[in-house]
Design a protein around this ligand. Structure first.
Ligand code: NAP
Length: 549
């Protein structure tokens, strides 16, 4: 039977007064799904009565525990001397008053190699093949690098492997890109002893979440985001309920959202919830890749080519939509005609044999959202006059989709020349609706004058966390008020927040509204179907999203 990968809740205890609350936190962590507790006693170990406090932590630990007292020189907080630290470990595991002692103690490889005396003392305190006493505590030998991948990483692992007293190997380093995770996976696959191989920092989440796929001994998690004990550590709740950690097996297919930045994306909630709902063996992660094409190419290439990752697709967002098109083209993959026409794609599909396809679901999602919201068919859009505000990527997808349906559009943009460029590109094209597209550019101060049936915001104006948060794109200083009434439809592609200032204003003036969330869920549902071969109703994704809010 496959051995499970444990979730270890890492809890730092700073002072003797904190011991009671730390034990309560540990109990809550176990309820959330932690199978091991790591007591980080770096600061506590320097307190006068440390041994009693740590002894209580071990005795009352609600799950088997690891005791770690990380010195400053290895990224921890302990500033005391080595003999005191090791005496504390000895007392913990040998003292008869301790029930069974800690399940593991964690000692740095560097400390262990540096001093023969320390090594002997540690070896006396833990179980190993040559141990004559009945010891219950195992030794985790560990090595950390908070700057990057250590040059001698492989030598360090070899040294730990060859050390008879070492029960579990632990290596952790600051990932420089997503590719470092792939090396961590290779180390797990080649392990000769139980091994923990984790990457730290913003690129390292993949190694923490996918540890079960590669047989990692454990992954560390925190009970609270403000209490992480290493950079990039997820919460137990995220592991269990967002990434469905318990469902991950060696065969699990890997997906993700590629962007920069991408850590606050809602796509993992939507897709992982969808995978679970239909029983699909997939896992979806945020995949941060810096903007340059070279980063994109090297990272995605390595993920696709990794023999055991089973990377099968991605949602692609700002600033990589054009990079995706170029990459798929360079690799001889298939590009759908719509993506080619728009010049950008948002979906990567990797076939089981590594063949690539890309598609653009923003475009169809925008048209579908509009039609569903207005209660009309796509062909009826030919009768509508539509104001598109913005001339960036989303505006492009919207204009491509609506011009295909034969709608008449006026594009308004802060930088008028971009509106003119976009309009010129689509105006006069022969469309799928069997007519020539009518797309022109308008000046922002004439937004109120066009007798439009529909206004579509394709700018970030109103989006949380931007300069224009709280603003409406319909407000143009010095221009007439845009007429909004029950005959007008307002579609805001911004979806954070769902109820933007524009949506609120339009609703209060009687207009029909369509939110960006509607489009976001629809484009995700189309991606989901491309990857899984199964359609799921929008409600499935909406429910998954609501669960994580
Ligand atoms: P983009 O390519 O960067 O284009 C942004 C557009 O907005 C440009 O036309 C820009 O005008 C304009 N703009 C930016 N800041 C502005 C401001 N303060 N005032 C007026 N105009 C401003 O971005 P994008 O990819 O098109 O995305 C635009 C928005 O669409 C995003 O913010 C997101 O909220 C939304 N979106 C929604 C979905 C969905 O599924 N619902 C998907 C993707 C994106 P200039 O040309 O003058 O710079």
């Amino acid at each position: 039977m496959r051995r499970m990968t444990f979730i270890a809740a890492s809890i730092a205890v700073h002072a003797t007064d904190d011991v009671g609350s730390a034990i309560q936190r540990a109990a809550d962590a176990v309820k959330m799904g932690a199978a091991l507790i790591e007591w980080r006693i770096d600061a506590l170990a320097e307190e006068p009565n440390a041994i009693n406090a740590v002894g209580r932590l071990v005795r009352e630990s609600p799950a088997p525990c690891i005791v770690t007292c990380r010195p400053e020189w290895e990224g921890g907080e302990y500033r005391g001397d080595e003999p005191a630290r090791i005496s504390l470990f000895e007392a913990l595991v040998i003292d008869d008053s301790q029930s069974a002692g800690p399940r593991y103690i964690d000692v740095e490889l560097a400390a262990y190699q540096r001093s023969e005396n320390l090594k002997q003392k540690v070896n006396l305190a833990v179980f190993h093949p040559a141990q004559v006493r009945d010891m219950h505590t195992g030794l985790i030998l560990s090595s950390h690098d908070f700057r990057g991948r250590p040059r001698d990483l492989l030598q360090r692992i070899e040294a730990m492997t060859n050390e008879p007293a070492c029960a579990v190997i632990k290596v952790a380093w600051q990932a420089r890109s997503l590719r470092d995770n792939l090396e961590a996976f290779d180390l797990l696959l080649q392990r000769q002893k139980p091994t923990i191989a984790l990457c730290m920092g913003q690129f390292g989440l993949m190694s923490r979440v996918l540890a079960p796929k590669f047989g990692g001994f454990l992954t560390f998690a925190t009970d609270h985001p403000a209490e992480v004990t290493a950079p990039g550590q997820p919460t137990i709740d995220e592991l269990k309920n967002l990434y469905h950690f318990d469902r991950i097996t060696a065969d699990t297919r890997v997906y993700g959202v590629i962007g920069w930045p991408v850590e606050h994306s809602r796509s993992p909630a939507i897709h992982n919830g969808g995978f679970e709902a239909i029983g699909f063996d997939g896992m979806y992660l945020p995949l941060p890749i810096p903007p340059e094409y070279e980063h994109f190419k090297a990272t995605i290439g390595a993920m696709i080519d990794h023999p055991r990752l089973n990377f099968r697709g991605a949602s692609v967002t700002i600033p990589h939509k054009e990079n995706l098109l170029r990459f798929v083209l360079e690799r001889g993959g298939r590009i759908d005609p719509l993506s080619e026409r728009i010049g950008a794609a948002n979906t990567l599909i990797v076939g089981s044999a590594g063949g690539l396809e890309c598609a653009n679901t923003d475009c169809s999602a925008a048209v579908q959202s509009l039609c569903a919201g207005m209660g009309i068919g796509a062909k009826d859009l030919g009768e509508k006059r539509i104001a598109v505000i913005g001339a960036g990527g989303v505006a492009r997808a919207v204009v491509a989709g609506l011009s295909d349906a034969g709608a008449t559009m006026v594009i308004f943009n802060r930088r008028h020349e971009r509106a003119e460029q976009l309009a010129a590109e689509f105006n006069g094209r022969w469309t799928a609706a069997g007519r020539t597209a009518k797309v022109v550019a308008g000046k922002m101060n004439s937004l109120a004058c066009g007798c439009f049936h529909v206004f579509i915001n394709c700018t970030p104006v109103g989006m949380a966390g931007t300069e224009a948060e709280g603003e409406s794109p319909l407000y143009v200083p010095g221009a007439d008020d845009v007429p909004l009434n029950d005959e007008v439809v307002v579609f805001d592609t911004v979806y954070t927040p769902e109820r933007t200032p524009l949506i609120q204003e339009a609703e209060s003036r009687g207009a029909k509204v369509i939110t960006g969330m509607e489009m976001f869920l629809r484009q995700a549902a189309m991606q989901f179907e491309m990857w899984t071969g199964k359609a799921a109703p929008i409600e499935v994704f909406n429910k998954a999203l609501m669960k994580r809010q």
